[in-house]
Ligand binder design. Structure first.
Ligand code: ZN
Length: 389
């Protein structure tokens, strides 16, 4: 069902806030004109009653095509910068049976998903194709590179993509459909079954998430695509460049008054100590989370080649504290498995932090904070690796 609601939106021209009718869901099978309005952007277009200027509003929209059996949820972060799912969204697969459920975070992504479905493709096929093409032609994984259309060229079906590098004119890339199918389609079911989503059952199918899934499934090694193997390390290396900065800002955020973990004051009180230790534990957690996704060699390469240097540039004691954390966590996990004690990586990371922050072994009451701390860091950085820069 299509649905309109009222929302307060700030005009980007005169900055006054007015109330507008906005579409929060669009059923394009019942109301086909809504598809055209989404694609043209007119569905998002608002005229400010104060200054009469027009602007495009950024708001969530659930796009539902009953005929093609797919739903795409366009979501924007809330005031706290988080993607908040509506109650019941996690059970959507029961409501929209045998539908594709997708989540996207920009209008360009939404437009692309609509075009892909209209033309009868599987988006995992299209994204996997883009992964290989991007690797081959050195297209930045974060740049705007979208499926546009399929057309006949020289009597062959040809897929046309449009690449819009930052600040440059759009460039069309074409691929022969039949060749693309024979190269990529064998992998599509495996990727489809293995791809993970933080918003499950709403899947985020993009080049980075598909590439990560390829790597996780060990599919890259069996392929004759050395450029792509190169490319995942490049992608990870690029992210690793900013890992220490990221860990530092997570430490700062987590120390602020509105933090969600409700840690005792005694832990967060010594701000300098907190920033140092949480940053180190954050960096460790990030690499630990990444080790679930990429090979050990890739992790070792970026740890010794990049992350430890960055840590020491940031704080001369950084890499030593990192090694201490690693030893502690690995030791604790080994011990636990020998003694068949139930201990997660999150518990061990959290325990290291508690020991260091209290400067003593925590009491049994105090140890309850270990798991949420460790889980928070692992989850934050696991998401961060697949996030666009
Ligand atoms: Zn205005």
């Amino acid at each position: 069902m299509s649905k309109v609601t009222q929302a307060q939106i700030r005009c980007p021209h005169c900055h006054s806030i007015s109330e507008y009718n906005i579409w929060i869901s669009a059923n394009v099978t019942v109301s086909p004109y809504l598809r055209d309005e989404v694609l043209s952007g007119s569905l998002f277009w608002k005229d400010c009653p104060k200054c009469t200027e027009g602007f495009s509003a950024s708001h969530d929209l659930l796009y539902h095509d009953m005929e093609k059996q797919f739903c795409v949820w366009l979501k924007y972060p809330n005031a706290a910068g988080e993607i908040e799912m509506e109650p019941g969204a996690d059970r959507a697969d029961r409501v929209f049976k045998s539908h594709w459920l997708r989540i996207v975070f920009s209008r360009d992504e939404l437009t692309e998903k609509i075009k892909i479905a209209q033309d009868g493709y599987d988006d995992i096929f299209i994204e996997a194709l883009k992964v290989f093409h991007s690797a081959k032609f050195d297209i930045d994984f974060e740049s705007a590179f979208y499926y546009d259309r399929t057309e006949n060229r020289m009597s062959r079906k040809t897929i046309v993509f449009v690449h819009r590098p930052d600040g440059a004119a759009p460039i069309e890339h074409t691929m022969d459909l039949r060749e693309a199918r024979s190269a990529i389609e064998p992998f599509v079911p495996k990727i489809g079954a293995a791809i993970k989503s933080d918003w499950s059952p709403w899947m985020w199918v993009t080049r980075p998430t598909v590439l990560m899934t390829f790597e996780e499934c060990g599919l890259l090694s069996g392929m004759t695509a050395p450029e792509t193997v190169q490319n995942i390390s490049d992608y990870v290396l690029e992210k690793a460049e900013t890992l220490v900065t990221m860990a530092n800002s997570v430490a700062v955020d987590l120390n602020s008054a509105e933090n969600k973990l409700q840690l005792p004051y005694a832990l967060t009180d010594d701000v300098e100590n907190w920033h140092f230790l949480v940053t180190v534990a954050g960096v460790f957690s990030a690499l630990h989370a990444l080790s679930q996704r990429v090979s050990e060699e890739t992790i070792d390469g970026i740890t010794s080649g990049k992350v430890l240097l960055k840590l020491d540039q940031w704080n001369p004691k950084g890499s030593r504290a990192f090694s201490d954390c690693r030893q502690f966590v690995e030791g604790a996990l080994e011990c636990a498995s020998n003694e068949q004690v139930d201990l997660t990586s999150a518990d061990a990371i959290g325990m290291w932090l508690l020991c260091k922050l209290y400067r003593r072994f925590p009491t049994p009451e105090e140890t309850v904070d270990a798991r949420p701390l460790g889980e928070f860091l692992l989850e934050t950085f696991d998401e961060w690796w697949v996030e666009a820069n």
